[in-house]
Design a protein around this ligand. Structure first.
Ligand code: HEC
Ligand code: HEC
Ligand code: HEC
Ligand code: HEC
Ligand code: HEC
Length: 191
């Protein structure tokens, strides 16, 4: 949905990239908000709190090893400095390095086999809002303003798969916006 009252056509395009109009629907997650029927209590609680459910990643990706090897976040999260969406890497991004690096390890052989079969890694989202929360976010202005990734995502470099250990609630966003004289009108963050 792109409300006519919200900004320009370009603004709508910026915040609503076609390939990520909504977080993918995950197993156990429905898109219908107005029903009390949920497969599990946890799913109902997640919906109530507007959180994405937790799920198992296709492989246990080690952030610690990569960040420890001084690989920049933007190598894999390519859009983070330039646009609204950081993005999650496809198996082709992995293979830029792993065609040659650590080819004898089981997890690398697993992703190589997936690439050879034309399969991709369907990462399960960790951060992000359910569509019904009507929140829009944009990475680029934060990176330009030198807000650290860790402020909003914790110390990912010490983790294997990413853990959601920062609560990105409205108070968290608005407090910093007030302190930094960043915009605080509702349509800055809502659609
Ligand atoms: C910029 C290069 C680069 C990219 C891109 C990259 N890796 Fe790595 N990866 C490395 C390096 C360097 C190591 C450490 C290798 C070592 O320990 O000898 C590593 C190690 C690993 C390991 C640990 C291997 C083991 O069991 O010891 C896994 C698993 C892995 N990478 C998965 C991935 C996946 C999945 C992707 C894509 C999402 C990816 N890597 C993208 C460079 C990269
Ligand atoms: C001001 C807070 C903030 C900062 C700083 C920030 N992020 Fe995010 N990040 C978010 C929010 C909020 C989301 C969920 C956005 C959504 O779902 O629309 C997110 C989502 C992501 C995602 C999931 C994929 C996506 O594009 O939605 C990745 C990956 C990510 N961030 C990486 C990074 C990296 C790397 C940095 C530092 C270079 C960073 N973030 C800095 C708040 C932040
Ligand atoms: C070599 C590739 C690679 C590098 C470098 C990397 N990441 Fe990731 N990142 C991934 C992959 C793959 C995932 C999906 C699996 C997961 O959630 O852990 C991911 C997931 C994330 C997520 C969760 C996104 C979501 O909402 O699902 C955040 C946040 C994130 N990374 C932040 C960072 C930050 C901050 C850095 C730099 C300190 C960084 N990443 C460096 C590959 C990478
Ligand atoms: C640690 C401080 C900090 C936090 C936390 C933070 N922001 Fe921001 N944000 C800023 C700053 C500073 C700017 C303004 C950068 C500029 O002037 O270009 C900004 C800009 C923005 C913009 C672009 C505004 C515009 O029109 O130029 C959006 C959208 C936004 N933030 C949403 C959010 C949301 C949603 C959250 C919570 C998930 C959040 N921010 C958390 C500091 C923060
Ligand atoms: C700087 C960003 C930002 C601004 C400005 C902002 N919001 Fe929010 N708001 C959020 C985020 C992020 C959430 C989602 C919180 C979550 O899901 O945990 C949210 C959630 C909400 C909710 C759902 C209830 C809740 O608290 O989770 C309402 C209602 C709401 N906002 C109304 C408003 C109104 C009205 C304004 C203007 C006075 C406003 N917001 C301005 C970021 C913002």
């Amino acid at each position: 949905m792109c409300l006519a009252t919200y900004g320009t056509v370009a603004g709508c395009r910026l915040y609503q990239p076609a390939e990520r109009a909504a977080p993918p629907t995950l197993p156990g997650q429905t898109t219908d908000v107005f029903t009390t029927a949920r497969p599990t209590f946890a799913a109902a609680l997640n919906d109530f709190l507007g959180r994405l459910p937790e799920g198992e990643q296709p492989i246990e990706f080690p952030h610690n090893i990569h960040v420890g090897n001084n690989i920049a976040c933007s190598t894999c999260h390519e859009g983070v400095e330039t646009g609204p969406v950081a993005g999650l890497p496809s198996v082709r991004t992995c293979m830029i390095c792993h065609e040659a690096i650590a080819t004898d390890r089981p997890r690398i052989q697993q992703i190589t086999a997936m690439r050879d079969k034309g399969l991709d890694l369907n990462w399960v989202r960790v951060y992000g809002y359910v569509r019904e929360a009507h929140v829009k976010f944009n990475h680029a202005p934060h990176i330009r303003a030198k807000v650290e990734c860790a402020t909003c995502h914790g110390n990912i470099g010490a983790q294997t798969i990413a853990q959601r250990n920062v609560d990105l609630n409205m108070g968290f966003c608005v407090t910093c916006h007030r302190e930094n004289k960043a915009p605080t009108d509702c349509l800055t963050c809502h659609f």
